[in-house]
Write a protein that binds this ligand. Structure first.
Ligand code: FAD
Length: 576
């Protein structure tokens, strides 16, 4: 019987699990794993990024888009620490991730060696599986358990690998370890389904709230909503669970949401939550009955007082309910929602029609939509870019829309687009970021160039942390520490070997986007947007109005000037 290096046996296992790429940066403590990956480079592609944070954010995005495990790799110490942000993104948005980090040689552990960081301790809070490899023999078995656990728990599995152990040899006759994994999906309970049917049949004003868990049940969600003629609101990461132009769609809820969704929630007598852990209770109905469908029993009743909980897969549960509920062809409540929604879209169109310079972010979204394709993947960043994209881009069920929803980390736009283009080379990948967010990861635009991933990177350039400025103002504080200097990102794109367009005038916007679309290389569109564009909530509540009034008074008394206010017409429409 022959011998094989443990690292090489493990790489074979990765292949058996269907892992075909890894994002990372090599280095001394992980070099043996990297050497084993090199030998299989035709089967597992290594994407060398320029900062480890981008590796983990891209791995998280890949998993959000495909449901498959995202894999990233770094040295121990600093490399491992840099991975943390993307690892938390995966943890908080519940997607499987495998993280391989190097470690100092086992024989030196505990000697305060160069770059010695206790990675098991470091990753305790973020990981669902977190082991240091202690022997070459057990390495493959531990890898299998790590991957299974990441899938089952929808979280991050970390392996800290001392380089000398990866180098160790094991028998090549070791029994083939099984990579079969059967995900545990809870079976539906008939009584719960019956109770839900009774509640739905007796409701006059049911509202559906679809979250990211409903995205695996788009067809079933549509059929269910149409069968009972119910309006459908979506959470931010749930955008795309039903097409924005579906007649039952009433938009997002929350600050980012629409006024019709807010009002529908306030007059609902039944809330039907599907695949969502939506956190902002103030936007949910007051005292309505509630049916909640979730694959995770711990989520039932976590945010809202639930009358009937259905534990199970959204697609199965919705098919069953659709089959058994009494169809409603004509529901006055839906008609009211639809009429409010048509007014809402009229307002949105007015916003998007602003043909001004500096460019209105709303108009930019219309222009982006005009070059989008049937199955475009939008990777949206955190900041005002989140608000403009969520509110103004009409996303369809065939498209994808991803964001760092729970961690809310800036800088997720570019890594998401890299992952999108890698996973789906034939689909258009558009990233939308503010200049603040993009600058946090901009070095990795060159990664897209290097690997010939023709993404379209849109930057809303206002030389400001505009979302933070808006937060300060809406609680009555004065703008502080949010301004920064300008970078010409178009020149930067060219310096990286991609294409860049600096767009300062409205007239140049559409032609630049058309050229970006036609380019077969990564492109940056650096768009100077109106610094005064305020990302107002869809429904302005009293506290926000008071905060803004306080800010205005303060800027007069302390700064002796009246700051530019959002248009009064918009404020009044959204407030009343
Ligand atoms: P999750 O919390 O991830 O919940 C998904 C649920 O689906 C889980 O409970 C899971 O168990 C379940 N599930 C998964 N698969 C299945 C399946 N097959 N069948 C059944 N269940 C399944 N969000 C808003 O909605 N409105 C806002 O205004 C808003 N503003 C934001 C602003 C910023 C700048 C940022 C960064 C984020 C904002 N968010 C907003 C996002 C917010 O923080 C939450 O992440 C989001 O509301 C949670 O959405 P969710 O419930 O769909 O996802």
């Amino acid at each position: 019987m022959g011998k094989v290096k443990a690292s090489e046996a493990v790489v074979k296992l990765f292949e058996n699990w269907g892992i075909d790429h890894i994002y990372g940066i090599p280095g001394d403590s992980i070099d043996t794993m990297v050497e084993a990956l090199r030998k299989e480079e035709n089967k597992i592609k290594f994407y060398t990024v320029r900062h480890e944070e981008v590796a983990s954010l891209a791995a998280a995005a890949y998993s959000k888009l495909t449901g498959k495990i995202g894999v990233c790799l770094a040295i121990g110490g600093p490399g491992a620490i840099h991975l943390l942000n993307g690892m938390y993104d995966a943890k908080m948005d519940h997607v499987p991730m495998l993280v391989l980090v190097g470690h100092i040689p086992a024989r030196l552990t505990g000697t305060d060696y160069f770059q010695e960081v206790d990675t098991v301790e470091l990753f305790k809070d973020v990981a669902v599986y977190n082991k240091e490899i202690t022997s070459a023999e057990s390495f493959p078995t531990v890898v299998n358990q790590a991957i299974r656990t990441a899938y089952q728990e929808r979280g991050v599995a970390v392996l800290s690998i001392p380089d000398d152990i990866a180098l160790g040899e094991i028998s090549d006759g070791a029994p083939q370890l099984s990579t079969v994994f059967e995900k545990k999906i809870p079976g539906l309970v008939q009584n719960d389904l019956n109770d839900a049917v009774a509640l739905i049949n007796s409701a006059n004003n049911p509202v559906i709230l679809a979250g990211v868990g409903a995205k695996s049940a788009k067809k079933e969600l549509r059929a269910f909503a149409e069968r009972i003629s119910a309006p459908v609101a979506v959470t931010l990461p749930g955008k795309g669970a039903i097409s924005d132009d579906h007649p039952n769609f009433i938009g997002n809820i929350g600050k980012i949401g629409t006024k019709p969704a807010y009002e529908a929630m306030k007059s609902a007598d039944l809330l039907i939550m599907i695949g969502t852990d939506y956190p902002y209770a103030a936007y949910l109905p007051e005292g309505a009955k509630c049916v909640q469908i979730d694959i995770d029993p711990l989520k039932i009743g976590k945010r809202y007082s639930v009358t009937v909980g259905i534990v199970g897969d959204a697609a199965n549960a919705l098919s069953n309910l659709t089959e058994h509920i009494t169809p409603v062809a004509d529901r006055p409540f839906l008609k009211t929602c639809q009429s409010k929604m048509s007014t809402w879209w009229k307002w949105m169109t007015e916003d998007q029609d602003k043909k001004q310079t500096p460019i209105a972010p709303e108009a930019l979204m219309a222009a982006i939509e005009s070059i989008s394709e049937e199955d475009t993947i939008y990777s949206v960043d955190v900041g005002t870019s989140t608000v403009w994209s969520t509110r103004y881009l009409k996303v369809s069920e065939k498209q994808d829309f991803i964001v760092s929803a729970w961690l809310g980390t800036m800088g997720c736009g570019l890594p998401g687009a890299i992952a999108a283009k890698q996973a789906f080379p034939e689909r258009q990948a558009i990233a939308i970021s503010g200049d603040g967010a993009f600058a946090m990861v901009m070095q990795d635009f060159v990664t897209a160039v290097h690997y010939k991933l023709p993404i379209i990177m849109i930057i809303l350039n206002n030389k400001q942390l505009a979302f933070i400025k808006y937060e300060q103002q809406s609680v009555g504080q004065l703008k502080y520490a949010v301004d920064f200097g300008d970078i010409d990102y178009a020149k930067f794109a060219e310096a990286c070997g991609g294409k860049g367009f600096r767009v300062e005038n409205y007239e140049d916007l559409q032609p630049a986007l058309e050229q970006a679309k036609a380019s077969n290389v990564p492109v940056i569109l650096d768009v100077e947007v109106d610094v005064n564009a305020a990302p107002l909530p869809g429904k302005i509540v009293m506290d926000e109005a008071k905060g803004y009034a306080k800010f205005t008074a303060k800027s007069i008394t302390e700064n002796h000037k009246l700051e530019k206010m959002p248009p009064m017409k918009t404020v009044v429409r959204r407030f009343l």
